[in-house]
Design a protein around this ligand. Sequence first.
Ligand code: NI
Length: 184
Amino acid sequence: MAVLQIARMGHPVLVRGAEPVVDPCAPAVRRLVADMVDTLGQEQGVGLAAPQVFVPLRVVIFFVPAGRGGEAVPLTTLVNPVIEPLSDDREDAFEGCLSLPGLMGLVGRYLHIRYRGFGLDGKLIEREAHDFHARVVQHECDHLDGILYPMRMADLTTLGFTDEIRARFAARRHDDEDKEAPAA
Ligand code: NI
Protein backbone atom coordinates (compact mmCIF):
# COMPACT_ATOMS: atom_id res chain seq x y z
CA MET A 1 0.00 0.00 0.00
CA ALA A 2 1.14 3.51 -0.67
CA VAL A 3 0.12 7.11 -0.63
CA LEU A 4 -0.22 8.21 -4.25
CA GLN A 5 0.32 11.58 -5.88
CA ILE A 6 -2.89 13.45 -6.66
CA ALA A 7 -3.51 14.96 -10.09
CA ARG A 8 -4.33 18.66 -9.99
CA MET A 9 -6.79 20.54 -12.20
CA GLY A 10 -5.18 21.12 -15.58
CA HIS A 11 -3.78 17.60 -15.94
CA PRO A 12 -5.49 15.79 -18.84
CA VAL A 13 -6.23 12.65 -16.78
CA LEU A 14 -8.88 14.66 -14.91
CA VAL A 15 -10.86 15.66 -17.98
CA ARG A 16 -10.61 12.81 -20.44
CA GLY A 17 -13.04 10.42 -18.71
CA ALA A 18 -12.43 6.95 -17.30
CA GLU A 19 -12.90 3.44 -18.70
CA PRO A 20 -15.14 0.75 -17.16
CA VAL A 21 -13.40 -1.89 -15.05
CA VAL A 22 -13.67 -5.33 -16.69
CA ASP A 23 -13.31 -7.37 -13.46
CA PRO A 24 -14.04 -5.61 -10.14
CA CYS A 25 -12.47 -8.58 -8.29
CA ALA A 26 -9.10 -8.34 -10.07
CA PRO A 27 -6.10 -8.11 -7.73
CA ALA A 28 -4.92 -4.96 -9.52
CA VAL A 29 -8.21 -3.24 -8.65
CA ARG A 30 -7.85 -4.29 -5.01
CA ARG A 31 -4.31 -2.87 -4.92
CA LEU A 32 -5.46 0.37 -6.52
CA VAL A 33 -8.24 0.78 -3.95
CA ALA A 34 -5.87 0.02 -1.06
CA ASP A 35 -3.57 2.78 -2.28
CA MET A 36 -6.52 5.14 -2.78
CA VAL A 37 -7.63 4.49 0.82
CA ASP A 38 -4.13 5.29 2.08
CA THR A 39 -4.09 8.46 -0.02
CA LEU A 40 -7.53 9.59 1.14
CA GLY A 41 -6.46 9.09 4.76
CA GLN A 42 -3.27 11.07 4.25
CA GLU A 43 -5.16 13.94 2.60
CA GLN A 44 -8.04 13.85 5.12
CA GLY A 45 -10.63 13.93 2.37
CA VAL A 46 -14.01 12.21 2.24
CA GLY A 47 -13.79 10.82 -1.27
CA LEU A 48 -11.41 10.05 -4.10
CA ALA A 49 -11.81 8.88 -7.70
CA ALA A 50 -9.21 6.80 -9.56
CA PRO A 51 -8.48 9.49 -12.21
CA GLN A 52 -7.33 11.72 -9.34
CA VAL A 53 -4.44 9.28 -8.82
CA PHE A 54 -3.72 9.14 -12.58
CA VAL A 55 -5.63 5.88 -13.15
CA PRO A 56 -8.39 6.35 -15.78
CA LEU A 57 -10.72 3.64 -14.45
CA ARG A 58 -14.27 3.91 -13.11
CA VAL A 59 -13.50 3.42 -9.42
CA VAL A 60 -14.39 5.72 -6.52
CA ILE A 61 -14.09 5.54 -2.75
CA PHE A 62 -15.87 7.71 -0.19
CA PHE A 63 -17.32 7.83 3.28
CA VAL A 64 -19.67 10.08 5.19
CA PRO A 65 -18.35 11.11 8.60
CA ALA A 66 -20.66 11.22 11.59
CA GLY A 67 -22.16 14.63 12.28
CA ARG A 68 -22.86 15.66 8.69
CA GLY A 69 -26.57 15.97 9.26
CA GLY A 70 -27.42 12.51 7.99
CA GLU A 71 -26.35 8.98 8.71
CA ALA A 72 -22.66 8.18 8.71
CA VAL A 73 -21.66 5.90 5.85
CA PRO A 74 -18.62 3.64 6.19
CA LEU A 75 -15.81 3.73 3.66
CA THR A 76 -17.32 2.40 0.44
CA THR A 77 -15.71 1.34 -2.84
CA LEU A 78 -17.80 1.59 -6.00
CA VAL A 79 -16.59 0.06 -9.25
CA ASN A 80 -18.43 1.14 -12.43
CA PRO A 81 -20.93 3.28 -10.47
CA VAL A 82 -24.14 4.65 -11.96
CA ILE A 83 -26.27 7.44 -10.46
CA GLU A 84 -29.97 8.08 -10.91
CA PRO A 85 -31.61 11.22 -9.45
CA LEU A 86 -34.82 10.33 -7.57
CA SER A 87 -36.12 13.88 -7.43
CA ASP A 88 -35.53 17.16 -9.24
CA ASP A 89 -34.77 18.86 -5.90
CA ARG A 90 -31.31 20.38 -5.78
CA GLU A 91 -29.33 22.35 -3.23
CA ASP A 92 -26.30 24.61 -3.34
CA ALA A 93 -23.47 23.91 -0.91
CA PHE A 94 -19.75 24.53 -0.81
CA GLU A 95 -17.41 21.84 -2.06
CA GLY A 96 -13.71 21.35 -2.17
CA CYS A 97 -11.66 18.85 -4.14
CA LEU A 98 -8.25 17.31 -3.55
CA SER A 99 -7.43 18.13 -7.17
CA LEU A 100 -8.06 21.85 -6.52
CA PRO A 101 -6.16 22.27 -3.26
CA GLY A 102 -6.99 25.38 -1.26
CA LEU A 103 -10.12 26.26 -3.24
CA MET A 104 -13.85 25.92 -2.69
CA GLY A 105 -17.01 26.86 -4.51
CA LEU A 106 -20.79 26.72 -4.35
CA VAL A 107 -22.17 23.78 -6.32
CA GLY A 108 -25.75 22.67 -6.96
CA ARG A 109 -26.37 18.93 -6.55
CA TYR A 110 -29.34 16.60 -6.45
CA LEU A 111 -30.59 16.01 -2.92
CA HIS A 112 -31.89 12.50 -3.43
CA ILE A 113 -30.30 9.86 -5.65
CA ARG A 114 -29.99 6.14 -6.09
CA TYR A 115 -26.61 4.71 -6.95
CA ARG A 116 -25.37 1.33 -7.99
CA GLY A 117 -21.89 -0.05 -8.37
CA PHE A 118 -19.83 -3.14 -7.66
CA GLY A 119 -17.80 -3.80 -4.54
CA LEU A 120 -14.37 -5.44 -4.62
CA ASP A 121 -16.12 -8.75 -3.93
CA GLY A 122 -18.01 -8.38 -7.20
CA LYS A 123 -21.34 -7.91 -5.43
CA LEU A 124 -23.73 -5.19 -6.50
CA ILE A 125 -24.07 -2.29 -4.05
CA GLU A 126 -27.32 -0.38 -4.43
CA ARG A 127 -28.28 2.48 -2.10
CA GLU A 128 -30.43 5.54 -1.87
CA ALA A 129 -28.64 8.64 -0.65
CA HIS A 130 -29.71 12.07 0.56
CA ASP A 131 -28.00 15.37 1.22
CA PHE A 132 -24.28 15.17 1.99
CA HIS A 133 -24.09 11.47 1.14
CA ALA A 134 -25.71 12.15 -2.24
CA ARG A 135 -23.41 15.15 -2.82
CA VAL A 136 -20.20 13.22 -2.21
CA VAL A 137 -21.23 10.41 -4.55
CA GLN A 138 -22.19 12.89 -7.30
CA HIS A 139 -18.87 14.71 -6.88
CA GLU A 140 -16.81 11.50 -7.09
CA CYS A 141 -18.75 10.04 -10.02
CA ASP A 142 -18.35 13.32 -11.92
CA HIS A 143 -14.59 12.73 -11.80
CA LEU A 144 -15.15 9.56 -13.87
CA ASP A 145 -16.71 11.67 -16.61
CA GLY A 146 -13.95 14.27 -16.56
CA ILE A 147 -16.06 16.81 -14.66
CA LEU A 148 -14.55 18.93 -11.89
CA TYR A 149 -16.86 20.85 -9.53
CA PRO A 150 -16.20 24.31 -11.07
CA MET A 151 -17.78 22.94 -14.27
CA ARG A 152 -20.99 22.44 -12.26
CA MET A 153 -21.02 25.91 -10.74
CA ALA A 154 -23.77 28.35 -11.70
CA ASP A 155 -21.94 31.36 -10.22
CA LEU A 156 -18.16 31.41 -10.54
CA THR A 157 -17.96 34.43 -8.22
CA THR A 158 -18.39 31.92 -5.38
CA LEU A 159 -15.20 30.06 -6.41
CA GLY A 160 -12.18 31.10 -4.41
CA PHE A 161 -9.51 30.34 -1.89
CA THR A 162 -10.91 28.60 1.17
CA ASP A 163 -10.00 31.27 3.72
CA GLU A 164 -11.38 34.08 1.54
CA ILE A 165 -14.62 32.25 0.81
CA ARG A 166 -15.07 31.29 4.46
CA ALA A 167 -14.59 34.89 5.54
CA ARG A 168 -17.00 36.18 2.89
CA PHE A 169 -19.70 33.60 3.53
CA ALA A 170 -19.22 33.42 7.29
CA ALA A 171 -22.90 34.11 8.00
CA ARG A 172 -24.07 31.57 5.50
CA ARG A 173 -21.57 29.06 6.67
CA HIS A 174 -22.80 29.44 10.21
CA ASP A 175 -26.33 28.62 9.11
CA ASP A 176 -25.22 25.86 6.86
CA GLU A 177 -22.21 24.49 8.61
CA ASP A 178 -23.08 20.83 8.37
CA LYS A 179 -23.57 21.10 4.62
CA GLU A 180 -20.16 22.37 3.69
CA ALA A 181 -18.31 19.54 2.03
CA PRO A 182 -14.66 18.92 2.79
CA ALA A 183 -12.33 18.08 -0.03
CA ALA A 184 -13.32 15.16 -2.16
NI1 NI B 1 -12.85 15.89 -6.23
